[in-house]
Ligand binder design. Structure first.
Ligand SMILES: Nc1nc2c(c(=O)[nH]1)N[C@H]1C(S)=C(S)[C@@H](COP(=O)(O)OP(=O)(O)OC[C@H]3O[C@@H](n4cnc5c(=O)[nH]c(N)nc54)[C@H](O)[C@@H]3O)O[C@H]1N2
Ligand SMILES: Nc1nc2c(c(=O)[nH]1)N[C@H]1C(S)=C(S)[C@@H](COP(=O)(O)OP(=O)(O)OC[C@H]3O[C@@H](n4cnc5c(=O)[nH]c(N)nc54)[C@H](O)[C@@H]3O)O[C@H]1N2
Ligand code: SF4
Ligand SMILES: [Mo]
Length: 735
């Protein structure tokens, strides 16, 4: 008998749109959660946050007959002040595509999937995963989530998978992205808390960008730097001469992965010269003496040797940091994606602490988030920490969460999940047999791709829940669940400056695609744990629960009344407890009182010796491969951006490799030649782009092309388990 009960389904999916009839269920566009805005509302416009990068620009969505038809940037929003990058302008176009998944698909044979209805799909989902759990234990099914769904969906997924379905292991694609920053902040401050607000970009007199290329990756954040009226010094630390480096007042073109040595060296110079915020160090930090003793060996000779920078450049950099009144450090993937990402991030935190550049306007050790809701996943995905920034290992935290959600406390795991790479290794070891991948595309984006694809194929059952049915990971799936996307559902995102903003439904999802929220709700029904989620009726109900969960936490948002309040105030930054008196201030930063989240209120200075590059260039593989973002118009694995005619015109269609002219000439390679790039793991063909922006002995390939991760080496930071995507040894061969 069918588990689908029409009246229950209608309750689940269409509570805002009246009863769901069988006709509606079967009609194209008949699914989705929430209400498309009324036909021609007075100004025929609504607003919401962009669904691509962590900048979190607000967009005006112009409506025709109740449907979003075009986008303009919101002028009065405190984030983007009337600006958007090409992806934002094209946000609606990418939703319309023949690649959209419009019904569940079941794999029938190699390379052959057949559409089925939701009832069949969810019966299979339940039967397979329950069967695996019965045979191999509940922890033999795991999930991989994302930084790109609305927070309410992330919370639902995490709670459903762990509390409802009994999974122990679940991680997110934010492991690829933010894990090093998260661990660095947690260890140093006692909680994962990026302290800044975007106004700091305009108010600093010295801005240091480390392993960050905001001109490409956060273009509107960069516009905020351009509005800085203090004639700032802009220092860019990057082995490549990036678009951002070209705009800098100083470019420190360091040898890859020598950042730790550089920043210890700078700390050494500042200490030697007595250029310290002694009172701040004394009153608000711990471990300074040990740190000072540790970095004694980082002489200028050592630093010049290891980084390849000149003595003058290094001394000038130290002097700029000292003479700046408001110095801010901004880092992204050039720091996080490394085998020593955590310690490198902490070397920046230490610099900010020892110079008193924290808690004041225009300062801070500031990690920039990548995905639109990376911050939401850090707090609410129930993966590495228990919902709301809590700790699975802490009995009080477990009781609080259980009580708030009205669930039995014994449903909450008392152990931490494996990180992403352990889940992958778990598949190889036969411990993980079922995997549910939601809103991420690891068969393209994960490190050492051939290996991961092979491993995915070893699963007994792989479910991929995506808005497109054509992703590289969907090609390995036993079951594809079609999801509604940004613009087709309701919820909130949290951007890089901790600002919570609204996402809305302005168009219908195609075919039978459902919001992830509705899919989770249905799965709870089919699994038989719907009672546990009886309060989880709508995204806004979940938001109200999230508020309760954060009470008393550093990320307390219990003072936010509801969705309407978020909109009225131009987004709200956490924390925002009920007692907050600064409700109307649109820019808020952390640590203004010098109090950190460790029990003694102090920030810790953490350090260790740099480690050797795991796969250094050698005779056989003499080049270092760097990877990262290519253009402002390409997004990650390109499932979305390739669907816009406008965006497609703005980036190279074919994979290319940046190569220094000196190397090109030695290898007799000419511009646009098709060449081979080979590592120990794979060999790819790419077009040569000969440019001074990379140094001799180094090459750069954007991550957006499917082939790139065939080359990368599965090496991880020991503290954060973040993959080290940005260095491995390769050779370059003429075709
Ligand atoms: N257009 C566009 N924008 C995006 C994204 C996208 O896909 N497309 N993705 C979003 C996401 S999720 C993220 S995480 C961010 C990433 O944003 P960014 O981190 O700014 O982008 P990347 O190009 O990955 O890496 C930044 C730089 O790190 C440098 N780098 C490599 N190795 C080292 C090193 O050892 N030391 C230093 N100092 N630098 C190094 C690279 O040369 C590169 O220029 O972008 C976000 N924004
Ligand atoms: N070599 C190399 N590799 C890298 C990097 C690098 O710098 N170099 N960067 C890494 C980083 S920082 C990141 S963040 C990752 C990104 O890696 P991924 O997360 O794998 O990349 P995306 O293309 O953003 O994948 C998101 C998927 O979710 C789908 N999707 C979008 N919206 C929705 C939705 O609302 N619901 C559902 N269910 N699906 C949706 C999209 O179609 C897409 O398939 O890549 C990492 N990989
Ligand atoms: S900068 Fe980021 S948030 Fe702003 S429009 Fe571009 S992709 Fe969207
Ligand atoms: Mo990322």
């Amino acid at each position: 008998m069918s588990i689908i009960n029409q009246s229950r389904l209608s309750d689940l999916i269409h509570q805002k749109e009246g009863p769901l009839t069988r006709e509606l269920l079967l009609s194209p566009g008949g699914f989705g959660l929430g209400k498309v805005p009324e036909k021609n509302t007075p100004d025929a416009m609504t607003q919401m946050v962009c669904g691509f990068c962590g900048t979190g620009c607000n967009l005006n969505i112009h409506l025709k007959d109740g449907e979003g038809v075009c986008v303009t940037p919101t002028t009065e929003y405190p984030v983007n002040l009337g600006m958007a990058c090409p992806k934002g302008w094209e946000a609606l176009s990418v939703l319309k595509s023949p690649d959209r998944a419009i019904s569940p698909l079941i794999k029938k044979s190699h390379n052959h999937w057949e559409p089925v209805d939701w009832d069949t799909a969810l019966n299979l989902f339940t039967r397979k995963f329950k069967g695996i759990q019965q045979q191999y234990g509940t922890d033999s099914v795991a999930f991989l989530s994302t930084g790109q769904m609305v927070t309410e969906e992330m919370a639902f997924l995490g709670a459903l998978a762990k509390f409802g379905m009994g999974m122990l292991h679940g991680d997110g694609n934010t492991r690829q992205c933010m894990a090093s920053a998260v661990t660095a902040y947690k260890q140093s401050f006692g909680f994962d808390a990026p302290p800044f607000t975007y106004q700091d970009l305009e108010e600093s007199d010295v801005l240091v960008f480390i392993g960050a290329n905001p001109c490409i990756a956060h273009p509107i954040m960069w516009e905020r730097v351009m509005r800085n009226s203090h004639e700032p010094e802009i220092v860019v630390v990057d082995p490549r001469k990036t678009e951002t480096a070209m705009q800098a007042t100083q470019h420190l073109q360091i040898y890859p992965k020598s950042d730790l040595t550089l920043f210890y060296g700078i700390a050494h110079i500042l200490i030697q010269r007595g250029h310290l915020a002694e009172e701040f160090i004394q009153n608000h930090t711990e471990g300074f003496e040990e740190f000072a003793a540790h970095i004694k060996d980082y002489t200028i000779e050592r630093v010049t040797n290891e980084t390849g920078l000149s003595r003058t450049a290094i001394e000038h950099f130290a002097e700029i940091i000292h003479s700046g009144k408001r110095v801010s450090f901004w880092w992204t993937m050039g720091v996080n994606q490394s085998y020593q990402g955590v310690r490198t991030a902490q070397s920046l935190i230490n610099l900010a602490l020892m110079t008193g550049n924290i808690g004041r306007t225009g300062t801070g050790p500031n990690s920039i988030t990548g995905q639109c809701n990376a911050m939401g996943s850090r707090l609410f995905s129930n993966t590495t920490n228990l919902l709301g920034g809590h700790d699975f290992l802490n009995a009080e935290h477990r009781s609080k969460v259980a009580e708030t959600l009205s669930i039995p406390v014994d449903r909450i795991p008392t152990q931490n999940s494996w990180p992403y790479h352990k889940i992958i290794e778990g598949i190889l070891a036969g411990k993980i047999k079922g995997l549910w991948v939601i809103c991420t595309n690891p068969a393209h984006s994960w490190i050492n791709q051939r290996q991961v694809r092979d491993i995915l194929d070893r699963l007994d059952f792989l479910v991929v829940q995506d808005m497109y049915h054509t992703t590289e990971t969907a090609r390995h799936a036993n079951l594809v669940l079609p999801a509604a996307a940004w613009g087709e559902k309701e919820g909130t995102f949290i951007n890089a400056e901790r600002r919570i903003s609204r996402v809305k439904r302005v168009t219908r999802a195609p075919g039978q695609a459902l919001s992830d929220f509705s899919i989770f709700k249905l799965i709870a029904q089919y699994w038989g744990c719907a009672d546990m989620f009886s309060q989880w009726k709508s995204p806004e109900d979940v938001f109200q629960m999230m508020k309760q969960l954060t009470k008393g936490q550093p990320c307390d948002i219990s003072g936010i009344k509801d969705y309407a309040a978020i909109e009225e105030q131009g987004g709200i930054q956490w924390p925002f407890p009920e007692s907050d008196t600064k409700s109307l201030e649109q820019q808020r930063r952390l640590f203004e009182d010098g109090q950190f989240y460790h029990q003694n209120g102090r920030a810790k200075m953490i350090f260790s010796e740099p480690t050797k590059m795991p796969e250094a260039p050698n005779e056989q593989y003499p080049f270092i491969l760097l990877t990262g973002r290519g253009t402002a118009s390409q997004w990650h694995t390109q499932t979305r951006t390739k669907n816009s005619d406008v965006l497609r015109k703005l980036y190279p269609a074919r994979i290319y490799v940046e190569l220094n002219p000196q190397d090109a000439s030695e290898l007799s390679i000419k511009p646009n030649d098709w060449i081979f790039v080979e590592s120990q793991r794979g060999r790819i063909k790419a077009q040569a782009f000969i440019t001074q922006s990379v140094q001799p002995g180094q090459i750069f390939i954007p991550m957006h092309y499917e082939q790139t991760n065939q080359l990368t080496d599965a090496v991880f930071d020991p503290y954060s388990s973040q993959p080290s995507y940005k260095c491995c040894a390769v050779r370059v061969l003429k075709n």
